[in-house]
Design a protein around this ligand. Structure first.
Ligand code: FAD
Length: 305
């Protein structure tokens, strides 16, 4: 049943007509639990509240189905505005973005132009930028773009997904860049030809890459809501005397908020991924797919309208 619901929500997340419709009607159906608002102003207020509690942030301007240069340029302009707001408001936040939003499916030239514009603004405002990882078909291209930009910009990191077979090799190759990487299990529906189909194998590989990246001396963001992975990281760090400024935990806005605060109070750096924007529908559907128990929020959202 859970698998069925997961596939159903992933299917809904890819629906262009519903994505467009949702944009017109504003945050609905409990989506505000996972999305910090539609404007940068609302997002800044949420970040200030999180910062006041001791949590740091990475902000993400939501955008789905970017398939022309004008839209890709607009997405990049929103990212620049976000970076400038971080600098102006003196909030503790990084920026996360997706290569498809910058025009990955259009041309590398468009992506590079948009990324350089954002990275220049980010450098001026002392903001770190993370390239999120999307589905397998974009993984290779994303890593190649990351490598090219990383040689020019120090304030850049990316994401590695534990469910992919290629991941260990990617990490070995990336090691020469001493990259700041966010490690995740992986959120997309992938074929068993490219990704571990069994959860236990994904979890084992997740632990393996956490260890590999930390022991290589690289900055590691362990992005998970899974206590088993969090406890594994804590033990590893203790065993190997890894300094607390070489790693952090990350979770999504609206998920396990008490656990986020607990980790902060235990002395760990805890970063919250805060999405905002009018294009909330696809992100919201992916969160429901991850944990169908979250449907309770949708029901409440509908009832309270
Ligand atoms: P799961 O295997 O989903 O959950 C394991 C356990 O965690 C559950 O059994 C439960 O005990 C606990 N748990 C999970 N959710 C909850 C909840 N809501 N309430 C209470 N307990 C819960 N994926 C990508 O593919 N690319 C990216 O760029 C990317 N960036 C991310 C950034 C951040 C900050 C985070 C946190 C995730 C990101 N992801 C990304 C998503 C990631 O790949 C996983 O799909 C997602 O985090 C779910 O996996 P999990 O590790 O949290 O554990």
């Amino acid at each position: 049943m859970e698998k069925l619901l997961r596939n159903f929500f992933l299917f809904l997340s890819k629906n262009r007509a519903l994505t467009k419709l949702a944009k017109r009607y504003g945050l609905r159906f409990g989506a505000a639990r996972f999305v910090a608002g539609e404007s940068i102003k609302q997002a800044v207020n949420v970040i200030k509240e999180l910062n006041n509690k001791g949590l740091v942030v990475t902000i993400d301007y939501l955008g789905e189905f970017v398939d022309n240069e004008k839209e890709a340029n607009e997405m990049a302009d929103h990212c620049v505005l976000a970076v400038e707001a971080i600098g102006r408001e003196r909030i503790n936040s990084q920026l996360s973005l997706k290569m498809t939003s910058m025009g990955l499916d259009l041309s590398e030239e468009i992506v590079m132009k948009n990324m350089k514009k954002i990275l220049e603004a980010a450098k001026k405002n002392d903001v770190f930028v993370t390239i999120d990882m999307e589905d397998y078909s974009r993984c290779g291209k994303t890593i190649e773009i990351f490598k090219k930009l990383k040689s020019e910009y120090d304030n850049l990191g990316t994401v590695i997904q534990a469910y992919l077979y290629r991941t260990e090799k990617d990490m070995e190759e990336l090691n020469q860049y001493s990259p700041n990487l966010r490690l995740v299990k992986g959120a997309y529906k992938e074929s068993p030809e490219v990704a571990f189909p069994i959860k236990k194998d994904v979890d084992d590989n997740f632990k393996k890459i956490i260890k590999m990246h930390l022991l290589n001396g690289n900055y590691t963001a362990v992005a998970t809501h899974d206590d088993e992975m969090i406890e594994y990281t804590k033990q590893l760090v203790e065993e190997h005397n890894i300094p607390f400024d070489q790693f952090e935990f990350q979770m999504l806005y609206g998920i396990r908020e008490e656990r986020q605060l607990e980790l902060y109070k235990e002395g760990y750096k805890m970063r919250v991924y805060v999405p905002y924007g009018t294009d909330w529908y696809g992100y919201f559907m992916r969160r429901l797919a991850e944990r169908p128990a979250n449907i309770a929020f949708v029901v409440k959202g509908v009832v309270s309208k």
